[in-house]
Design a protein. Structure first.
Length: 157
């Protein structure tokens, strides 16, 4: 008897004209660009912290994390607040995105394994490649994007 896999909803967003997606269940909210407070001696990809209703939330520049030029702030630039699981603990982070697109639903049959060539991302960051409206969507494994070693500096905040 075949195991039935359910469709999953993903929030799609743009980084450097590429479409990425993250499981919508991991997204807490989407913010217009607030003031980001710089923090000394953190990894380059960490742009700083924001105050989200009294909570300190580290903000990660996904462009820098993925080896792209720093995110340029435009009217569409936003922060996607996500919850990741690290060492059995849930941590809230903000991820800079050029723009947010939409929430889409994809069946497991629409998602293929990540290719090992032709992408500027480390493939361990990808859960797979989905196809939506004749475009490929890179589905991020958000827990692997923010690994424990790199987030050691973030966790002490």
């Amino acid at each position: 008897m075949a195991e039935e896999l359910e469709a999953t909803q993903y929030l799609t967003f743009v980084l450097a004209e590429e479409v990425f997606a993250v499981d919508v269940a991991r997204v807490r909210e989407i913010l217009e660009m607030p003031a980001i407070t710089k923090v000394p001696q953190v990894p380059d990809f960490m742009r700083g912290i924001i105050n989200l209703r009294g909570c300190v939330v580290p903000v990660i520049d996904l462009h820098l994390k993925f080896g792209m030029p720093e995110t340029a702030q435009t009217v569409n630039t936003c922060i996607i607040v996500v919850e990741i699981c690290m060492d059995g603990e849930n941590i809230v982070l903000g991820a800079l995105a050029d723009s947010v697109q939409e929430v889409i639903e994809m069946e497991p049959s629409q998602i293929e394994a990540a290719p090992h060539i032709g992408t500027h991302l480390k493939t361990e960051y990808l859960k797979g490649m989905g196809k939506h409206n004749e475009r490929f969507v890179m589905i991020l494994d958000i827990d692997k994007v923010f690994s424990g070693i790199e987030l050691g500096a973030v966790q002490v905040l």
